[in-house]
Design a binder for this molecule. Structure first.
Ligand code: RP5
Length: 169
């Protein structure tokens, strides 16, 4: 198996139900990735080690998901110049999800985290693939096919609604 070029990390195993959507997308477009748990609050040294070794081990993009206070994506971004995509997770300790959205989104100038929607791990996977696809033609081709598939599904739904009317779905 090829070496992972995308790292998916999350603050807790409880984030996996959301974060697995990023992994599933990367599997679909056949981009090698690694997935693990790194907690900013419970394993701070592991977080430093992960961020500082990421580039040397071949990663090109990091997807980091966390809920509640959600420091993980920002802290990782503070220690690497690789692009970091943040996934705010609505977790058991979230007030309503806004806590993790704002924590990940409102990074100070100089340390960006590309923040996707609450629980938006699939979009994080797509965005990471698009970053890779900017330089890799084979990945770009798969992403173009994915977009074409979405377009065709909407067109089919539109046709079916026009034919059947609004009473049937
Ligand atoms: C955050 O706290 C994690 O990312 C998770 O979303 C949340 C709750 O963690 P657990 O108490 O379920 O381990 O750090």
């Amino acid at each position: 198996m090829s070496k992972p070029i995308i790292g998916i990390i999350m603050g807790s195993q409880s984030d996996l139900k959301v974060m697995k959507e990023a992994a599933e997308f990367l599997e679909e477009v056949e981009i090698p990735f690694e997935l693990t748990i790194v907690s900013a609050h419970r394993t701070p040294s592991r977080m430093v080690e992960y961020a500082t070794n990421a580039r040397d081990k071949g990663l090109k993009v990091i997807i980091a998901g966390a809920g509640g206070a959600a420091h993980l994506p920002g802290m990782i971004a503070s220690m690497t110049s690789l692009p970091v995509i943040g996934v705010p997770v609505r977790s058991s300790n979230s007030i309503d999800g806004w806590d993790s959205v704002l924590s990940i989104l409102q990074m100070p100038s100089g340390v960006p985290v590309a923040t996707v929607a609450l629980n938006g791990a699939k979009n994080a996977g797509i965005l990471a693939a698009q970053i890779i696809g900017a330089f890799d033609k084979a990945v770009a081709k798969k992403l173009d096919a994915y977009k074409k598939g979405m377009k065709e599904r909407v067109e089919e739904s539109a046709k079916s609604i026009q034919k059947k009317g609004w009473k049937e779905s």
